[in-house]
Design a protein around this ligand. Structure first.
Ligand code: TXA
Ligand code: MG
Length: 316
């Protein structure tokens, strides 16, 4: 059920239950991170392989660092600049029990995030434990950006904390803090350039070349409607697509059942998953996407649409 009772949500988590909650990236499916049994419920409900580690969330930066064996100075700079916000940092775990082995997917490292969304902050500040939370979707499916998306994914029995639609719309930028220099493991709305500026140009590995986060698969984020990536020229064909959906920064020549022209690249990220779900609901036959330029936030969008189209092996 969808509820705005933050107190009940916090109590449910405390007692080892599952709660879905909003963040500014996507909605998360949370359980207390120090409780193996609670964490197992997440893996079961999602149908997620047990070696895919989860991100653990808390309300403040100091607490986030308390699970790390070592915090390099660049991680302090990143946290000062981007937390609370759509960034996840990966550290070697100090294994102090706050993030149990199951939440780490059996890995020695740990991923932590301090989200910015007002409701997430309210919830997490009521919890004296970390809340481990993957995106609140079945394994391999599109991440949810509204409470209704989560409910349509898991039904009425799950407690879904209500809150404003996720502003960013795609998952957090994941940065490894395991080496002398940071490296991006998953692209997000905090871009390589943002990181370079925050760190005074420390070299950062380009995520479009090598994606290293465990569980980051080629096929992912996929709607049930096949996604077809168009290049700019094929978007100019004037064939009618009465049963298809279209999303791209420029108006297509042909006519579609469902069309979304995001206002800019941030709006593209914000709208993408909600659009995929709308196309599913309208029973579109195909979703055509004109990929934005592969720079800045466009890198994260290209990553997600490539993975969404991979299942069907279609690209044009
Ligand atoms: O925006 C987000 O990050 C959302 C919200 C809810 O915080 N969460 C999210 O979780 O996207 P999920 O489970 O869908 O993706 C988490 C990914 C894993 O698949 C893995 O790639 C990476 O985070 N990850 C988690 N722990 C890691 C670790 N110790 N080392 C490297 N990557 C890790
Ligand atoms: Mg996910």
């Amino acid at each position: 059920m969808i509820s705005s009772r933050v107190d009940i949500a916090a109590q449910t988590l405390e007692e080892g239950g599952l709660v879905a909650f909003p963040t500014e990236t996507v909605f998360g499916l949370g359980a207390r991170a120090d409780d193996e049994k609670a964490i197992k419920k997440i893996y079961e409900l999602k149908g997620r392989p047990q070696n895919h580690p989860l991100i653990s969330h808390c309300a403040d930066v100091e607490k986030a660092f308390s699970v790390a064996k070592e915090v390099p100075s660049y991680a302090h700079a990143l946290a000062n600049k981007f937390w609370p916000g759509p960034m996840t940092l990966v550290f070697l775990s100090n294994d102090d029990g706050q993030i149990c082995n199951a939440a780490r997917g059996g890995h020695e490292s740990v991923a932590v995030r301090v989200p910015e969304h007002k409701v997430a902050q309210e919830l997490l500040s009521k919890c004296d434990f970390f809340v481990a939370a993957p995106s609140a979707n079945k394994f391999g499916r599109v991440s949810p950006t509204t409470a209704q998306h989560v409910e349509s994914e898991f039904g009425d029995e799950l407690f879904v904390l209500d809150g404003e639609q996720s502003e960013k719309g795609i998952e957090s930028t994941i940065i490894s803090c395991l080496e002398d220099e940071p490296s991006i493991l998953r692209a997000g709305t905090i871009t390589q350039n943002d990181i370079d500026v925050a760190l005074g140009n420390t070299a950062v590995v380009d995520p479009s070349l090598d994606i290293a986060a465990p569980g980051n698969l080629e096929s992912h984020y996929a709607p049930s409607v096949p996604v077809v990536i168009l290049d700019k020229d094929s978007a100019d064909d004037s064939t009618d697509h009465d049963k298809d959906a279209f999303i791209g920064l420029n108006q297509p020549a042909g006519s579609y059942l469902l069309t979304k022209i995001p206002e800019n690249i941030d709006d593209f990220a914000h709208s993408l998953y909600a659009f995929f779900r709308e196309a599913e609901n309208m029973k579109c036959e195909k979703i055509y996407v004109v990929a934005p330029e592969n720079i800045g936030v466009g890198i994260a969008i290209n990553d997600r649409i490539k993975k969404a189209s991979h299942t069907f092996g279609e690209s044009k």
